[in-house]
Design a protein around this ligand. Structure first.
Ligand code: ZN
Ligand code: ZN
Length: 266
């Protein structure tokens, strides 16, 4: 029986004869249903029409899908002890990429910033026999439940070997960032702290595609969630969104710019 994947957001649904009536992730006001309506594919179809590409940004291996599929985010392979943590997720995993990940030490775990990137996380967890760490506050958005999913609660989860998950909130109540202590420190920020095209600021929204901002107090709370963590580099959710240095100053400057904008004194 097929497992349908939403073409607009990449979310995979459990085995079923027919596609779901709708995709709750896309029907939520933080996403959208495209003009042509909800369409569905499967991982098998996707393997025939798309390919997985490994790249590198900010010294980390990245995984993208070519041509563009669904939201278009990239996943990142973060060194974690003697293996790797998959940060965020993309729908397509092909055999060649899986073999290459094995060659580099394999996945010890998966952590995902928020429901827009849950995609086919269960396929990845089953392929690598590893857990998926998701914040419990977003548990209702898991469309394909699986015992591999570990719902953590609270503000921070120390994964060991210098990796820490931080609940930022904002875009989603369980919106999570990954801090890597190695070197001068790196913040992998998903859509929670969005690296914008000028790469000298970040932005904060409740809905990015529908341009719904967050209250200033919530933006300050998101920024405060990384208090005490050193980072020079910020790695955003999309290809090319990397702030190489000065990350802490960029975050603080961006919060003040945001606050001026919403008070109409930009
Ligand atoms: Zn969807
Ligand atoms: Zn998002």
């Amino acid at each position: 029986m097929p497992r349908f994947v939403c073409v607009a957001c990449g979310t995979q649904y459990p085995d079923a004869g027919e596609p779901p009536d709708g995709c709750p992730v896309c029907l939520d006001p933080r996403q959208y249903v495209p003009p042509g309506g909800q369409r569905w594919t499967t991982l098998e179809e996707l393997r025939a029409t798309h390919r997985t590409e490994l790249g590198e940004e900010a010294g980390l291996a990245t995984i993208t899908t070519q041509p563009h599929f669904a939201i278009g985010q990239r996943a990142v392979l973060v060194p974690w002890g003697d293996g790797l943590l998959l940060w965020d997720c993309v729908a397509l995993l092909d055999d060649a990429t899986a073999a290459e990940i094995d060659r580099r030490g394999g996945l010890r775990g998966i952590a995902i910033s928020h429901p827009h990137y849950y995609t086919t996380m269960v396929e990845w967890a089953e392929r690598f026999g590893c857990p998926v760490h998701l914040h419990a506050a977003d548990a209702r958005w898991v469309m394909r439940p699986n015992p591999a999913i570990d719902h953590w609660d609270g503000e921070r989860l120390n994964l060991g070997d210098g990796l820490t998950l931080v609940r930022g909130g904002g875009h989603f109540p369980g919106g999570t960032m990954l801090h890597r202590a190695e070197g001068a420190g790196t913040l992998l920020s998903g859509d929670i702290v969005q690296v914008v095209p000028d790469r000298s600021h970040v932005a904060f929204m409740w809905s990015y595609p529908n341009y719904v901002p967050l209250p200033e107090a919530e933006v300050r709370r998101v920024a405060a969630s990384v208090d005490g963590l050193a980072f020079e580099t910020i790695v955003g959710a999309f290809p090319g969104t990397v702030i190489e240095s000065g990350g802490r100053e960029v975050l603080e400057r961006s919060v003040e710019r945001y606050a001026r904008a919403v008070r109409e004194v930009l």
